[in-house]
Write a protein that binds this ligand. Structure first.
Ligand code: NAD
Ligand code: DAU
Length: 347
């Protein structure tokens, strides 16, 4: 099988590439990634020499390139992760999200539809999406696969749109697809613009920890390797034209999570108890900030037997250790453009 993974140099994508390259030596894995600010081939050092792995630098918005590689490599399956993924960036530059998340997805769908028209029963288009398409929960309830879409940010609106296109291609052209909607991931290789890696980096550097609004917003956190395993399972065993929600059964209010992180970091860095908490600074809220996300992952659990294997305490400790042991990675991604981004967002 020739499998195309898009966005494989990013946070989740790199864990998915590793999972597929190592677990399926008879597959050939093609990783297509534009290497935006979020893409980093350092994330894949351990698999870059594998004989069943090829990296292709390219943009999913480039329809000509997509058609060419589909012709050349005759993909049997696609796992589509490439996206602009940061909500705050979508607030300052929505069009970038329209281009990559919507037009890029439609380019891939067109190529798959055209190339697979004679043997689509043997193919699979896997679209990786987010729980943010469902909008915001109040204090109670969970997102299920039948929750109505109600996106609130330009990011989630672009992901919702791409999900609709995938389903529409299933209905209209018979394209074989599966979609998963996952909750917040955390773990190694997470770009330090997102809450957990940003705060780990700032604690190391003794910089303020910018908590948006009152810090009472709630997210459901999943260790990234558990997401990669779920993607592998759904790719191979998920039912055609179905959606599966993936979540951590692990809700945390931001402020409680930040305080836990501060305590663990004080221990790891041998700093006096309470020193990292002093860095917490409440700042202006994110516009349109969704109050709460929480996933009901009952369907993937019952149908495919998936559940998270890592507790939050284990996952957070592994994540912190990874950042402390990978200073060079952290330094490389936080120099240059990152400094300008940080100034613009937080100063
Ligand atoms: P990321 O920002 O870390 O990585 C995105 C990758 O896509 C990068 O390698 C980047 O270079 C690449 N890319 C961006 N634009 C591209 C383009 N036009 N052409 C080709 N490559 C391009 O993102 P992530 O956090 O790893 O998320 C991956 C996917 O999972 C996204 O589709 C996201 O919506 C989804 N998702 C993320 C989370 C999360 O918590 N991070 C949760 C649920 C779903
Ligand atoms: O739910 C899945 C989504 O999770 C993915 O689809 C997105 O790609 C991913 O970025 C993530 O979105 P969030 O907006 O939930 O993640 P983020 O890490 O940006 O923020 C998590 C929470 O922390 C959110 O309530 C905003 C808050 N926050 C974030 C940052 C960056 C802060 O309080 N301060 C910050 O500096």
């Amino acid at each position: 099988m020739n499998i195309l993974i898009t966005g494989g140099a990013g946070f989740i994508g790199s864990h998915v590439v590793r999972e597929f390259v190592n677990r399926y030596p008879t597959y050939h894995i093609f990783n297509l990634d534009a290497l935006t600010y979020a893409g980093n081939l350092e994330n894949l050092k351990d698999v870059e020499g594998a004989s069943n792995y090829t990296f292709i630098k390219g943009d999913i918005v480039d329809a000509g390139l997509i058609n060419t590689i589909f012709e050349k490599y005759q993909f049997d399956g696609v796992v589509h992760l490439a996206a602009e993924s940061h909500v705050d960036r979508s607030i300052t530059d929505p069009l970038a999200f329209v281009h990559t998340n919507i037009i890029g997805t439609v380019n891939l769908l067109n190529a798959a539809r055209d190339m697979w028209k004679d043997d689509s029963d043997k193919k699979r288009f896997y679209h990786v999406s987010t729980d943010e398409v469902y909008g915001s929960l109040g204090a109670e309830g969970l997102f299920t696969e039948s929750t109505a879409y109600d996106p609130n940010s330009p990011y989630s609106a672009s992901k919702a749109s791409s999900d609709h296109f995938v389903r529409a291609y299933g209905e209209t052209y018979g394209l074989p697809y599966v979609i998963t909607n996952c909750s917040n991931n955390y773990g190694p290789n997470h770009f330090p613009e997102k809450l957990i890696p940003l705060f780990i980096h700032n604690i190391i550097e003794n910089k303020p920890l910018p908590v948006y609004g009152d810090g009472k917003y709630t997210r459901d956190w999943l260790f990234v390797e558990d997401h990669a395993v779920a993607i592998d399972l759904v790719f191979h065993q998920g039912k055609n034209h179905e959606t599966y929600n993936i979540g951590g059964f692990n809700e945390w209010q931001n402020i409680d999570l930040v305080k836990l992180l501060c305590r663990l970091m004080d221990q790891k860095l041998n700093r006096p108890d309470g020193s990292s908490e002093k860095l917490i600074t409440y700042v202006k809220d994110r516009p349109g900030h969704d109050l709460r996300y929480a996933i009901d992952a009952d369907k993937i659990n019952k149908e495919l037997g998936w559940k998270p294997s890592v507790t939050f305490e284990q996952g957070l400790e592994r994540t912190i250790d990874w950042y402390l042991n990978n200073e060079v990675w952290l330094k490389n991604v936080t120099s240059g453009d990152y400094q300008a981004y940080y100034q613009k967002m937080y100063n």
